[in-house]
Design a binder for this molecule. Sequence first.
Ligand code: NAD
Length: 469
Amino acid sequence: MTTTVTENNVDKIKAVFQAQQQTAIRLRTSTASERISKLKLLLSAIQKYEAEFQEALYQDFKKNRTETTLTEIVPLQSEIKHAISQIKRWMRPQSVSNPIHYLGTRAYVQYEPKGVSLIISPWNYPVSLTLSPLVSAIAAGCTAILKPSELTPHTSAALGKMVKETFDESEVALFEGDVNVSMALLDLPFNHIFFTGSPAIGKIVMRAAANHLTSVTLELGGKSPAFIDETADLQDTAEKLVWGKFVNNGQTCIAPDYLLVKESVQQPLIEHIEKQIEKVYNADKRGIEKSDSYCRVVNQRHFTRLQKLMEDALLKGATIAVGGKVNAEDRFIAPTLLTEVKTDMAIMQEEIFGPLLPVLTYQKVEQAIDLVNRGEKPLALYVFSKNKNMIEQVMSQTTAGGGCVNECLLHIGHPDLPFGGVNNSGIGKSHGHFGFLEFSNARAVLKQRVGFTGFKLFYPPYTDKVKNL
Ligand code: NAD
């Protein structure tokens, strides 16, 4: 269903935008305690709405309620608490040291709010990916208009209700809707746009931002590899990979997209992964389809896309090593591992974003590194190994937005690590101080003593005096 943007909607969007422009000027002088109060309001609102979000996400793609708390609510709460504890420090002007020819001046960086911000979010973690950038916007003293995804309508509606109840729309407002609403918003001269979504739409957003020279943070996606060598603890690796890949049904931007496994350990690793899948999703032996810990593909379009990726791979010679069961009516795809996968298959050309996991093997790690370096720069990269040299080689010869060694996904939750991609997987960083900086203008200030300057030599008329410097 598409959202028609009527003249009324556009008028409403413009009116809210103009009101926020006024507020943004006022917020330039907002204090740390004012921003902290707003974050506390947000924290209480999230607590109040937790059950509603759980229900909405269950309606949207059968997401388990506990999984919602663990992957949406808890990270968001800790992001807010961290910001509350750090805002004063982040806002403090940063003095810089003076070179000799600036002696007598005071030089510092003052962090001022960029102004009116737009936050466009995807559907896969709709609560945290809409509200976590809002935490940074509020911490930095910005106003914000939020546009969540149309693919999770129950959650977007709950978010809209919560925002309306918590904030005046001249400070924080939310517009539901699809691409049409996004485009109406993107016409406006925002001071900053924070977009989370696919690289293809990221390019559209960046083009629209260029019309107003609006700065952007683009949190995008891509194919995130996981390297596993012969020294890895295969049981531990399997446990971490199964969680990292199949949580949220593989619909996680930093999920391992494919495995690069040392040939000699492919088979034992697959056996460990298969056992782990059974343990976590089929503990009562009623079948994974009955597990209430395993959610569904978000909609029919994505289900068909994933089914085609699997069929294409099988037609071209891949084999199902684990799983493979699908049920279109329920948008169910079992956790599936594919072997004998070739790089020219569609499944290795696009981000999978679902519960399919191709397993590729290597004999020499250089081959695997070369494969990764031939593709777009990944959002995340994982290495499972006990071999320090191998870890160092992979980390130094590849590039990625972030990642983990002997762990999966958890870099995203660390309050002091920047989160984001690089080139095709993203521009700019988010979370904690890095998020605050994205919504702030680092303003350079030089204070001189009245009546004094060491730079009078620079004033014309120009003579040979420069030669004597
Ligand atoms: P998407 O790019 O299709 O949509 C994201 C948002 O953009 C939605 O709100 C949508 O309504 C809007 N949109 C769609 N078409 C638009 C257009 N033409 N112009 C303007 N706005 C438009 O992404 P999605 O399917 O919701 O999410 C999946 C993608 O997001 C994956 O690529 C995933 O890797 C990525 N992602 C990245 C992160 C991250 O933090 N880096 C997090 C989650 C998801």
